[in-house]
Design a protein around this ligand. Structure first.
Ligand code: KIV
Ligand code: ZN
Length: 500
């Protein structure tokens, strides 16, 4: 195995060819910046000949001063390559079909003509002083002798890298290993692979190619791409790092945030059970698993890949499979300390809800815990909201002023924010700062009913400077008031914990 593999990201090219995705210039630029932060070696920014907007996006990315090599895609045609050159890219990725079926039905030229077109295109790119990557499209369905002949010819024309695409995702790992090793034996330039996921084998095929000598892999964030997509960057990179002990330049701690950004901008949701970055990738519900994970996470996680390594979080979730250890850990994280009896009763009610076919959310667990334990009594309130006024509109900066009672003192102050909720939360935190710096570490808003008068449920997670945490909820028709109420309840819980 090599020490290191180069990561060629094609989220902005093949990934954007996912049915239903069309990114604006600014969205493509935002993703490119994030890919650069992530540490990919090459960003395939797009197919400049495809449209005016595409060319503009590629040009902007190429002139953004990124550390990654910026690449543009081109058919083996002068006008396509010129569009790449005009877009100021560092590298041109030229491709042509080489399989019999694609030659017969799409290219309709002789194999000799195709070979000459490939060589001419590579030479044209090199004459312009740019790096050149050559792809033999549908390589895994191409006659091997012809494939090697064309790769040797483009090597002679000074191509920098050659790529073996499994265009329709039909290769199996043993074939990918064999094909790659045959190519590697016959050329002296780096070999790259590009695997599609039609049979769910894209990651396995990519790794098999690395085993056989490929030194660069083409991947996409969230496995986006034509049809069933391409090999997922997250899965390939983490397998290389954690299972093969092969390095890449990827800063893996940014994988989750990159996945989320791409999910948000493309609108393509990541499945919860998606490896590495899916919401359930490090979530545990069953009693047996949570019991183990609470003691030592490696009992029911790979160990060689932790949520911290990929910028994700471990979650214990409640449901009918939950056990007391898991529920206790969740409650502790929410700031509750419960007796054995209370824990038994909370677990019983969670399972009962789960048996009714209901997904037990954090809010449900909170509601059950509050019912069983009994909420902070009025008399025990250390902090109370006396007055709140919020101003918002199209010509004002959202501003909130608050008066808070803390024990027998009144604290008054005002803050601005990006919106009324932000202003109110900032105002509360700011007046309480003279007593304690309470941080808001999570905020979630859900509409329980439909319509503009929907009941809004807010869940907040707070933490003080000593690491005491509290998760609380409130449901109201007024989002600002629901947020403030959840905050005040949480602050009370933290102060009660400190007094204990
Ligand atoms: O799948 C494919 O063959 C491609 C080429 C352009 C490399 O995306
Ligand atoms: Zn492709």
């Amino acid at each position: 195995m090599p020490d290191k593999v180069s990561i060629f990201d094609t989220t902005l090219r093949d990934g954007e060819q996912t049915p239903g995705i069309s990114l604006t210039v600014d969205q493509k630029l935002a993703i490119a910046r994030q890919l650069d932060k992530l540490g990919v070696d090459v960003i395939e920014a797009g197919f400049p000949i495809a449209s005016k907007g595409e060319k503009e996006a590629v040009k902007k990315i190429a002139n953004e001063g990124l550390s990654a090599t910026v690449c543009g895609l081109a058919r083996v045609r002068k006008e396509d390559i010129d569009a790449c050159i005009d877009s100021d890219v560092d590298m041109v990725h030229v491709f042509i079909s080489t399989s019999d079926i694609q030659i017969k039905y799409t290219i309709k030229k002789s194999k000799e003509e195709i070979l000459n077109m490939a060589v001419e295109a590579v030479s044209y790119v090199k004459d312009h002083g740019l790096k050149c990557l050559f792809s033999a499209m549908d390589a895994t369905r191409t006659d091997i002798d012809y494939l090697i002949r064309i790769f040797k010819a483009v090597e002679e024309a000074k191509a920098d890298v050659i790529n073996i695409p499994d265009t329709v995702g039909v290769a199996i790992p043993s074939y990918m290993r064999y094909l790659t090793s045959e190519v590697v034996k016959n050329v002296n330039i780096p070999v790259d692979v590009h695997c599609h996921n039609d049979f769910g084998l894209a990651v396995a095929n990519t790794l098999a190619a690395v085993e056989a000598g490929a030194r660069e892999v083409q991947v996409t964030i969230n496995g986006l791409g034509e049809r069933a997509g391409n090999a997922s960057l997250e899965q390939v990179v983490m397998s290389l790092h954690s299972l093969y002990n092969v390095k890449t330049n990827i800063r893996t701690e940014y994988l989750y945030e990159t996945s989320k950004l791409v999910e948000r901008l493309t609108g393509i949701r990541v499945m919860p059970n998606y490896p590495v970055v899916g919401e359930n990738a490090f979530s545990h519900e069953s009693g047996i698993h949570t019991h183990g994970v609470v003691q030592k996470p490696d009992t029911f996680e790979p160990g060689v890949m932790t949520p911290e390594m990929v910028g994700h979080k471990r979650r214990i979730v409640s449901g009918k499979h939950a056990g007391m250890h898991g529920i206790e850990a969740m409650l502790k994280d929410m700031g509750y300390r419960v007796t054995k009896e209370q824990l038994k009763e909370i677990t019983r009610r969670v399972k009962e809800l789960g048996d009714k076919g209901k997904r037990v959310t954090d809010a449900d667990l909170l509601a059950i815990a509050e019912a069983v334990i009994g909420e902070v009594s009025k008399a025990k309130k250390i902090v109370d909201l006396e007055e709140l006024a919020v101003m918002t509109g199209n010509r004002v900066i959202p501003t909130a002023s608050v008066k808070i009672r803390f024990k027998d003192k009144y604290l008054v102050g005002a803050e601005t924010g990006v919106g009324p909720v932000d202003a109110a939360i900032r105002a509360i935190r700011s007046v309480l700062k003279e007593v304690e710096d309470i941080k808001l570490i999570e905020y979630r808003l859900e509409a329980i009913t439909g319509g503009s008068d929907a009941l809004a449920e807010v869940i907040v997670k707070l933490e003080d400077s000593k690491g005491n945490k509290a998760t609380t909820r409130a449901a109201r028709e007024d989002i600002v008031m629901a947020s403030v109420e959840a905050m005040v309840t949480g602050i009370n819980r933290i102060f009660l914990m400190r007094e204990d």
